[in-house]
Design a protein around this ligand. Structure first.
Ligand code: BGP
Length: 491
């Protein structure tokens, strides 16, 4: 096994899913703070109060348009698991020490926008919020752990949603850039690697989760995505101006879609699914809207309002690298030639008879990762980074307290082997690997704690109980060998 010298090995998290401290030190409410718990069969709900005072709720992945004047708030009688997360806010020193013990040379985390600008609308930042990340980065520096920072990961301040339906309105671009400028300046020389938006394509499938956007209209979603593209391109330009050393990437929830059969129509349908996904990176990485999407907008009567200069900004502000999450592959084709898969994340495709699935129905496909790396590298010719990958599973504590998560080790090993092949046999330029939820945290799609990804077990449970203590799983010691051997020792 050979990975390049200096390859990044670490893990990935997001503020909303692990920090907790939801109302500490001046932090404002975010989209996730008003999202309840759920299970893989019972959807999470977004809660709010309508202008006439009536409380309401909406399933997270069926968000609808709501009247102006709606207030997004937690409502009595519900559980909001992200409020306390796993209390990284109170445990950051202990957690970073555990990451260092595993041999991480990098760690992906996000900054909570609402810790810095509580409603998103303020002119000046919340100093207390900035101080928290000063401490986190200083702790990482102690162990030479390079930060990879997602600027916006699934938690837009609800102040922006209440003001003008967040990203549906162009004014959010300026709010975002004020936030970017603040953190680029504050953490200059400390953070070099940034990502502008987590899973940018999820605005289409989960608009509330991805962008605090209350809508079910494609028109609104794609207009909001345009604002995010412009914001991202401007952030790239600004970040380079503030520190030419900055490397600013985008982040895609990559799906690898196979045709259900070799029937040409199925091949075409698989291509359509892939294009739906790659549209977002086409704009980020190439700097313009691809023809197939412009035609799609034409057919659907979608009109993207662009201001003068937008096209030039998109062109100039292309990203420095492409980061992506990869968990599973899917298939697409005519319904008569495939069976629908059960479960899945946001986008459920067909069932692939050659693959096994996780308990949540995510179809496990390490070769798909190699295919995906090749396809993305071939398409964009820029450095890639796998910033999320992993197996959400029910972990069991044995009587002696040990957690023997061999299934997780198997999953990760197979994916690392696939990455290595993409690098050494296919020549893909891959910067690093940060498996998702390196420490157990709240699931984004279901809000569960029971869906665990970590090398580190956290004693926090779905009913809100638990003392937040941390324990090393079997995979902790396995991944320690992987990191320390630069991927050579996978036994
Ligand atoms: C990605 C998100 C993460 C993370 C992960 C696992 O889509 O970027 O935030 O949660 O998926 O998903 P889940 O938590 O739903 O299992």
């Amino acid at each position: 096994m050979s990975f390049p010298k200096g390859f990044f090995w670490g893990g990935a998290t997001a503020a909303n899913q692990f920090e907790g401290g939801w109302d500490k030190d001046g932090k404002g409410l975010t989209s996730d703070d008003v999202t309840t718990n759920g299970t893989h069969t019972v959807p999470r709900r977004v809660t709010y109060i309508l202008p006439d005072g009536t409380p309401g709720e909406c399933p997270l992945f069926q968000m609808k348009s709501l009247p102006a004047g709606t207030k997004f708030v937690p409502l009595e009688g519900n559980l909001y698991p992200n409020h306390d997360g796993i209390d990284f806010y109170g445990h950051y020193a202990e957690d970073i020490a555990l990451f260092a013990e595993m041999g991480f040379n990098c760690f992906r985390l996000s900054i909570s926008w609402a810790r810095i600008f509580p409603t998103g609308l303020e002119e000046t930042p919340n100093e207390k919020g900035l101080e928290f990340y000063d401490k986190v980065f200083a702790e990482m520096k102690k162990y030479d752990i390079e930060p990879f920072v997602t600027i916006s990961h699934y938690e837009t301040p609800v102040g922006l949603a209440e003001a003008w339906n967040s990203w549906a309105d162009r004014r959010t671009i300026d709010c975002y850039l004020r936030y970017c400028e603040t953190i680029f300046k504050r953490y200059k020389g400390i953070v070099k690697y940034w990502m502008t938006f987590n899973e940018i394509n999820c605005i289409e499938l989960g608009p509330w989760m991805a962008a605090a956007l209350a809508t079910d209209s494609e028109q609104v979603k794609f207009q909001a995505a345009h604002h995010q593209f412009v914001a991202s391109a401007k952030a790239v330009l600004l970040g380079h101006e503030i520190d030419p050393e900055n490397k600013i990437g985008c982040m895609l929830a990559a799906t690898e879609c196979y045709p259900a059969t070799c029937h040409p129509d199925d091949v075409h349908m698989a291509w359509e699914k892939t294009s739906q996904n790659r549209f977002f990176t086409d704009v980020h990485c190439r700097g313009y809207y691809p023809s197939y999407k412009l035609k799609y907008f034409e057919r659907k009567g979608i009109k993207i309002e662009m201001e003068d200069g937008d096209a030039e900004i998109l062109k100039k502000g292309t990203v420095d690298y492409l980061a992506f999450s990869y968990y599973m592959s899917s298939i697409n084709g005519d319904a008569s030639r495939m069976t629908k898969a059960e479960g899945g994340n946001l986008d459920v495709g067909g069932k692939n008879p050659y693959l096994k699935a996780s308990d949540w129905g995510w179809q496990i496909d390490p070769v798909g990762l190699r295919n995906c790396l090749n396809e993305l590298y071939d398409r964009y010719q820029m450095p890639l980074m796998v910033v999320e990958n992993g197996l959400g599973a029910f972990d069991k504590k044995e009587e002696d307290g040990s957690i023997n998560d061999d299934y997780r080790i198997d999953y990760l090993r197979d994916h690392i082997i696939a990455m290595e092949k993409a690098v050494s046999e296919d020549g893909v330029d891959l910067m690093g690997y940060t498996p998702w939820g390196c420490i157990d945290l709240v699931s984004a799609s279901t809000g569960e704690m029971a869906k665990r990804y970590g090398f580190i077990y956290v004693n926090k449970f779905d009913d809100g109980t638990g003392d937040y203590s941390r324990e090393r799983k079997k995979s902790f010691f396995w991944y320690q060998k992987v990191c320390k051997s630069n991927g050579a020792d996978l036994d």
